[in-house]
Ligand binder design. Structure first.
Ligand SMILES: Cc1cc2nc3c(=O)[nH]c(=O)nc-3n(C[C@H](O)[C@H](O)[C@H](O)COP(=O)(O)O)c2cc1C
Length: 257
């Protein structure tokens, strides 16, 4: 079966990309100093910095590299005011210098899949038959849930039966699986964006406290799109962090088996 071939075999593409030397101390500082900031100063953010942080956001790993995300940097004063209101006028939005809305476009998987097919099409320079077959066969099989999700239902049954005898990928088999997959992809990019802001000396706050219907209307998004979060950014005010970071003992979360 094509899946076994693609996932089971190590591909030899004659491509080498060496791992860059990184600075763990600098990285730790960025991660540890990122806090959710609810009050910002009146300082502005250099637009070039936002652009660079968004560029870094787009380097995040994402499901099948379909890049089913969109980031709306809301720059118009009028739209920004409406967005703040849709974010329930919470201080993290109200006092922010910049607001970015992170949107899952899992509804656009076909279009994004076509872009990947264009990259790997046999006529192109990058000849990768297995990658081409992956986007031609596996992705439609996995992502297409069919009218009223009939394909998803069929997949659920087939995968359940197949799963008795062999390891079997069981998702996405419904629209809610698609939404979860989209949220994972977008959330990873959001973290890239927030860490990048920190590295540039700014702070941020991810927000799910907003009126999704209003934000969607503001951005003129179709019903299939889903807002993952709104991220505010700015310079941290003295009273910007509400308290010491609370994290419980790691033994609650980290398991070695
Ligand atoms: C998906 C998500 C949604 C959040 N929504 C809000 C929000 O609407 N308003 C807010 O003030 N903080 C929000 N937060 C921030 C969390 O409250 C914060 O990350 C948590 O308390 C841990 O604090 P820290 O980020 O400073 O480590 C959200 C965080 C995440 C990941």
């Amino acid at each position: 079966m094509a899946t076994v071939d693609i996932f089971g075999k190590v591909q030899n593409y004659n491509y080498i990309e060496s791992a860059a030397e990184c600075d763990p101390v600098a990285f730790t500082k960025v991660v540890e100093s990122r806090r959710s900031v609810r009050v910002y100063t009146d300082d502005l953010i250099d637009p070039e910095h936002i652009k660079e942080c968004l560029r870094l956001a787009l380097l995040a790993p994402n499901s099948s590299n379909l890049q089913t995300w969109e980031f709306y940097w809301v720059r118009s004063a009028e739209k920004k005011a409406a967005l703040v209101e849709a974010c329930l006028s919470q201080p993290a939005a109200r006092t922010a210098a910049e607001l970015v809305v992170a949107v899952s476009r899992h509804d656009l998987w076909r279009e994004r899949n076509q872009l990947m097919l264009d990259v790997f099409s046999p006529e192109k320079k990058i000849k990768r038959a297995s990658a081409y077959q992956y986007y031609r066969k596996i992705i439609p099989l996995a992502y297409d849930q069919g009218f009223l999700q009939w394909k998803g239902f069929l997949k659920r049954v087939v995968m359940w039966l197949r799963g008795f005898s062999t390891p079997t990928p069981r998702s996405p088999k419904s629209l809610s699986d698609m939404r979860v997959m989209g949220a994972k992809t977008v959330a990873l990019a959001c973290e890239n964006y927030m860490l990048a802001l920190r590295a540039y000396g700014y702070d941020s706050c991810p927000m799910e406290g907003f009126d999704g219907a209003r934000v969607k209307k503001l951005l003129e998004l179709p019903s299939g799109a889903e807002i993952t979060m709104v991220i505010s950014a700015g310079k941290r005010a003295e009273n910007g962090v509400y308290g010491k970071r609370i994290r419980w003992d790691s033994s609650l979360f980290l398991k070695e088996i």
